[in-house]
Design a protein around this ligand. Structure first.
Ligand code: ADP
Ligand code: NI
Length: 214
């Protein structure tokens, strides 16, 4: 008989056919592998980690008119038909519902370690070379400007400046990507984030240098 993990892989691959390249099966596969790697260094329930990593972007609200209830519904329906305990289902759903960076202000006070692991894995895939590629892919998908030289964003910009540069792909580095390093939950997540963070800083320096042809 096929394992629950194998049938989840098959299900997710099928569901994400045609997804935007930054949120497709390959993103899930990288997050799954990263989560397994981080899980080796933490005492945790590995089945919960793997199932949550595999199902975390099954219906991203960004591509479903902001509806945050679809993904947990699809995941529940899928898991209930499988050989998965009710307790595991509840734990996986809790992670899927709370993983998002966007909702970090309402994050649970004492998150389970499995949430911390999958969240770190998802955030690590948002930074570094892959993070840069995903971000420009998403910006292109939305037909956003890469950069607006009239309003160069930085980490300490005023609300006014922020509004002006909002919507450019470069701005996404300042509203999200550069903040992720300090939001890592686990020690191994922190280590993995460090190199990728520095790579993005180097990228931004080079980007501005090349933009300003003189
Ligand atoms: P979360 O689900 O953790 O809230 P998102 O799904 O919004 O995070 O973001 C995942 C990735 O999608 C980002 O790391 C980035 O690569 C890309 N992305 C999201 N919003 C934007 C944006 N406005 N501009 C460019 N890339 C974006
Ligand atoms: Ni994700």
């Amino acid at each position: 008989m096929k394992s629950t993990i194998d049938s989840t892989v098959e299900f997710v691959k099928e569901k994400l056919k045609g997804a935007e390249a930054g949120h497709d099966w390959f993103h899930i596969e990288r997050v799954w592998k990263l989560a397994r790697k981080i899980a080796e260094t933490e005492a945790c329930n590995k089945e919960v980690v793997e199932l949550s990593a595999l199902l975390h972007d099954i219906a991203d609200p960004k591509f479903h008119n902001g509806d945050e209830t679809i993904a947990p519904k699809i995941a529940r329906e899928f898991l209930e038909k499988r050989n998965v305990s009710d307790e595991t289902i509840e734990r996986v759903l809790f992670i899927i519902e709370n993983i998002s960076f966007k909702n970090r202000d309402s994050a649970p006070q004492n998150p389970p370690v499995e949430l911390m692991i999958v969240q770190d894995a998802d955030r690590i895939d948002a930074i570094g070379a892959i993070g840069i590629a995903r971000t420009f892919n998403f910006g292109g998908f939305k037909n956003n400007l890469m950069y607006d030289p009239q309003s160069k964003p930085d980490l300490n910009m005023s609300k006014e400046q922020y509004k002006k540069s909002n919507g450019t792909t470069i701005n996404h580095f300042y509203e999200k990507l550069l903040l992720l390093k300090d939001l890592m939950n686990t020690e191994s997540g922190k280590k993995l984030a460090e190199e990728r963070h520095n790579y993005m800083l180097g990228f931004l320096d080079q980007f501005y240098k090349e933009w300003n042809v003189d």
